[in-house]
Unconditional design. Structure first.
Length: 276
C-alpha cells in the first residue's frame, strides 16, 4: 500500500489475494491520524501490501510487525524499510499466525489492516476470539462490511457479524474511501472502522459459544420469526417466559436479548446434561 504504484515495483496486484494498493496520500494521512500510533504501541499490520500505511506507521512508532501472505511482496518491503531495525515481517496467513509471539509483557495489540472482502469476516471473528490481547483495531473494509459491523437492530445490515462484533467491541465507522484511492481501483467503496474491545463486556453471556450458536441459528433464516429459527434450541413458551416476542424476526432483537436467550439455552443444556 504505497504511494508508488505496483507497476513501479514490478509487482502486479493479485486477484486471488484481493489486492488493491492504497496510494492516495490524503487518505493515508487520515487513516494514520485516526490510528494515532505511539512509540510505546505494539503495532501489527495485516497485509501491508506495498507499504503505503506501513511507512507513516513506522515513522511515528519506530517499530512495527507485519503479517503478509504474498511472498513476492516480502523482498519489496524488506528493501523499502531496511533502515528500520525494529521492522519485522512475518510471512504467512494471519488466521494461522500466533500473535502471542510478538506481544511484550503488559502490552496489547493495536491491529491495522486493509482486509480483502473474501477473508475480512473470518479475520474479524478470529480477532474477536482473541479480544483480551487486543487494544484496538483499525480496518479498511468494503463499505458494506463496515455497515454490517456498526448496524443497529431493525435494519437490513444487522446480523450475526453486527451482534458478535458489538458483543466484544465498541464499533465506530470513521469515514468512506472512494475507489480512486487504490491501484487498481476496486468496483465498490471502502470504509475505515475502529473497533475497541471492552474492558468489561456490557452484556456478558454465561457461555459465549452458546451465544454464537444462538445468533448463527437465528440468522440462518432471516425472513422467518425467531419462533421458527430457534425452535431447535428453545421453544416458544420458554422464549416468551424470558420476555422475548416470538413473532419478531432475528434482525429485530437486541444484543442484550440475544444474551438473555443464550443464557437460557445454556441453562437448558446444563439441565439436560445433568439429567443424562
Amino acid at each position: 500500500m504505497s504511494k508508488h504504484t505496483p507497476k513501479a515495483h514490478g509487482h502486479k496486484a493479485r486477484k486471488r489475494f484481493g489486492q488493491n494498493f492504497l496510494h492516495d496520500q490524503h487518505v493515508i494521512g487520515k487513516i494514520v491520524k485516526a490510528i494515532s500510533p505511539k512509540t510505546t504501541d505494539c503495532l501489527v499490520e495485516i497485509g501491508p501490501g506495498m507499504g503505503a500505511i506501513t511507512e507513516p506507521l513506522l515513522e511515528a512508532s519506530g517499530k512495527l510487525d507485519v503479517v503478509e501472505l504474498d511472498r513476492d511482496l516480502i523482498p519489496i518491503l524488506r528493501t523499502k524499510f531496511f533502515n528500520y531495525p525494529d521492522f519485522r515481517i512475518h510471512e504467512g496467513d494471519a488466521l494461522k499466525f500466533d500473535f502471542n509471539t510478538i506481544l511484550e509483557p503488559d502490552q496489547r495489540l493495536r491491529i491495522v489492516g486493509n482486509l480483502p472482502y473474501n477473508i475480512s469476516t473470518p479475520l474479524i471473528f478470529h480477532f474477536l476470539s482473541h479480544h483480551k490481547m487486543v487494544q484496538d483495531m483499525h480496518f479498511m473494509l468494503q463499505k458494506e462490511v463496515v455497515e454490517r459491523l456498526g448496524a443497529v437492530p431493525g435494519t437490513g445490515d444487522y446480523g450475526r457479524l453486527s451482534i458478535m462484533a458489538q458483543y466484544y467491541c465498541k464499533v465506530e465507522p470513521l469515514f468512506i474511501v472512494g475507489p480512486g484511492a487504490f491501484n487498481p481501483p476496486p468496483k465498490v467503496e471502502s470504509a475505515i472502522v475502529r473497533m475497541e474491545p471492552y474492558e468489561e463486556l456490557p452484556f456478558p453471556a454465561k457461555d459465549h459459544k452458546v451465544l454464537e450458536r444462538v445468533v448463527r441459528e437465528a440468522f440462518s433464516m432471516r425472513r422467518k420469526t425467531v419462533r421458527n429459527t430457534l425452535k431447535n434450541l428453545i421453544d416458544s413458551a420458554t422464549l416468551e417466559s424470558i420476555g422475548i416476542d416470538t413473532g419478531l424476526r432475528p434482525e429485530n432483537l437486541t444484543l442484550e436479548q440475544y444474551v438473555t436467550i443464550a443464557d437460557k439455552v445454556a441453562e437448558l443444556l446444563q439441565e439436560s446434561s445433568d439429567e443424562a
